[in-house]
Design a binder for this molecule. Structure first.
Ligand SMILES: Cc1cc2nc3c(=O)[nH]c(=O)nc-3n(C[C@H](O)[C@H](O)[C@H](O)COP(=O)(O)OP(=O)(O)OC[C@H]3O[C@@H](n4cnc5c(N)ncnc54)[C@H](O)[C@@H]3O)c2cc1C
Length: 289
């Protein structure tokens, strides 16, 4: 199938792109890498009479460092992000996680901003943004605002972006996690995650551990598991077994099934991944705490 007839606008500035979006309202869609939107248009699962192409806008491309953050502009591709020396130096989790997204041909064109705007709950980039405490800069005709990734993802393919707004930048804190691990289960290599868990750990200056856990692919959006993380920290303090601490993890989420995997299986996979992550964390800190 092919998409219904539509026009493509190639604005030269972000302001022009926002103006067009305001003018055309629901009839217009932004397009970045087109790796998700183009198939959806072809299958008639999405429609638009105007596509506003963001991919060539210079102010939406590239990576820079500002204070304690790395700024990835929206139309930077996965491949450019993964190869960038500052990302390789400061965000090794992101380098690893991008390797799990689709295949090289898609990573060469698909963009960081496109993935976040799409907000697929089984996608790797939104999960990494939530896990690492990234923030998202949004531009609209009225100005700009910055939202935490945790608040940006509202539900299944639903974000904080209002009509006509575009995602401009992702701000990643360089937070110096000592332990980071990306784990996911997929049906085939390069697929979206059936279930995934990111675990981060670092020693606190005053002693003890700081732990962050993000689960994805198992509910309507990537979610931090603060109670489970707290129970893990408590277990390291008291010497209790870690597996007891993670036993209740599934109660922190509304686990949803999808077309291939029922919710019970997802819950089981989440427990399996958490157990693997916790074993790795225990090994890592055995000699260090
Ligand atoms: C075969 C295949 C396998 C894939 N496997 C995976 C996978 O395993 N994991 C994964 O995460 N992804 C996967 N993807 C999706 C891929 O990562 C997409 O590139 C990504 O989800 C969207 O990025 P894009 O730049 O192509 O966005 P587009 O397709 O251009 O746009 C996607 C949506 O975001 C909107 N949008 C884009 N940019 C902006 C912006 N800056 N501001 C506001 N709205 C914007 C568009 O209007 C559209 O609604 C796969 C895709 C294919 C075709």
């Amino acid at each position: 199938m092919k998409a219904a007839a539509l026009r493509i606008a190639r604005p030269e500035t972000v302001e022009e792109a926002l103006e067009l979006a305001g003018q055309y309202g629901q009839d217009a869609k932004f397009i970045a890498g087109g790796q998700s939107l183009a198939p959806a248009l072809n299958l008639r699962m999405a429609s638009a009479s105007l596509l506003i192409d963001l991919a060539a806008l210079p102010s939406l491309k590239g990576i820079s460092e500002e204070h304690d953050r790395l700024i990835v502009r929206a139309c930077t591709t996965y491949t450019q992000t993964q190869a960038h020396p500052k990302i390789r130096g400061g965000l090794p989790l992101v380098v690893e996680g991008i390797g799990h997204i689709a295949h090289a041909a898609i990573r060469n064109v698909g963009t960081v901003g496109g993935s976040l705007a799409l907000a697929d709950p089984a996608a790797e980039m939104p999960a990494m943004a939530v896990a690492l405490g990234a923030s998202i800069k949004i531009l609209g005709r009225e100005g700009s605002r910055v939202v935490s990734a945790e608040k940006f993802f509202k539900g299944l393919c639903e974000t904080d972006l209002a009509d006509g707004e575009l995602l401009a930048e992702v701000h990643w804190p360089i937070a110096g996690w000592e332990f980071w691990r990306f784990l996911e289960i997929t049906r085939r290599r390069g697929d979206y995650a059936t279930a995934g868990v990111i675990l981060l750990g670092r020693r606190q200056p005053q002693g003890g551990l700081d732990v962050r856990i993000c689960a994805f692919g198992v509910s309507s959006r990537p979610s931090l598991l603060p109670k489970t993380a707290g129970a893990l920290v408590e277990a390291t303090r008291s010497g209790r077994p870690f597996d007891e601490a993670v036993a209740d993890a599934c109660s922190e989420l509304d686990i949803d099934g999808d077309t291939h995997t029922p919710a019970e299986t997802k819950a089981h996979l989440l427990r399996v991944l958490l157990a693997r992550q916790v074993t790795a964390l225990t090994e890592f800190y055995r000699e260090r705490l």
